[in-house]
Design a protein around this ligand. Sequence first.
Ligand code: MRU
Length: 344
Amino acid sequence: MKPTIEWKKDRVVLIDQRKIPNEEIWVECGTFEQAAEAIETMVVRGAPAIGVTAAYGVALGFLAINSENGLDAAAKHIFKRLAETRPTAVNLFWALNRMERVYEADRTGGLAHLKESLVNEACLMDREDVEINRAMGQWGQALLSDGDTVLTHCNAGALATAGYGTALGVIRAAVEAGKKITVYAGETRPFLQGARLTCWELHRDGIPVVLITDNMAGYLMKKGEINRVITGADRIAANGDAANKIGTYSVAVLAREHAIPFYIAAPLSTIDFSLPDGDGIPIEERDGDEVRTVFGRPITLPDIPVRNPAFDVTPARLIKAIITEKGIVEPPFTEGLAALRNKK
Ligand code: MRU
């Protein structure tokens, strides 16, 4: 599969995830403002993909600067604009912090050098993300057995990352190891990342995928059709509470009721060690029209009140294990995640 995000000398090229599966259109961003808009409008989405795009956005912002006069003010503007795009995925802030450290280290070394360093750092983050996902896949695939049927929610695949995926990376690795895995993809109302994106990318890879509506999960678990759940995450607190796409919490509760292991696959950059628990995770609220319509077509009265939180938080007690690039953490997560953070 062509990468979700591609750097081409002085622009970043993104597959427009709003159009999949009906169209494959590529969007070119030549300015940091265009990169910010691409994140805001969900041309690109998924925590690691947002982080990598933001890093390229910073690089684009600096490439357009031609004078060292007012450099700090220009830098502040670029970082602030990109930080305001989406609030929940901590990978965005992690990537911006990493770029800011490069800026701080190289800001006095000449503009040409600074630009080169920032582009190199963004490209490095892009490459590293794929390696991290592959490592996560290797750890995680050991948790899957031949013949498993795995429910996933939203899209935590190649499209949500620089490549390979987190939750879908674990599934890909299990398939590469010769295991027969069937994926049940929850459609993921209201933005339909499961129906549109997860089905599209698994189908392309020849991995068996069955689409279900979100409200079918309990019934199918009760019938014994699902024996594992794996999702990604947008921000994990130090105690393991994990924010992910709205509906993930419901799936985790159902999984507990049916004694089905619920796993999260996420890189360490998704862990927000500054938050002791999930209560402090900011939850994005999106436009109500996403709920009132399905792809532009009204499904209710135009002014009916709705709620549209884009994420929920699954309490750590419902999570059997968190799969990271450095290993698998089981409860108690506070100790386990802190130990992995320092592991070489
Ligand atoms: O609103 P989205 O589509 O950006 O939400 C994405 C998710 O919730 C994913 O599950 C999460 O970012 C993990 S992606 C590897």
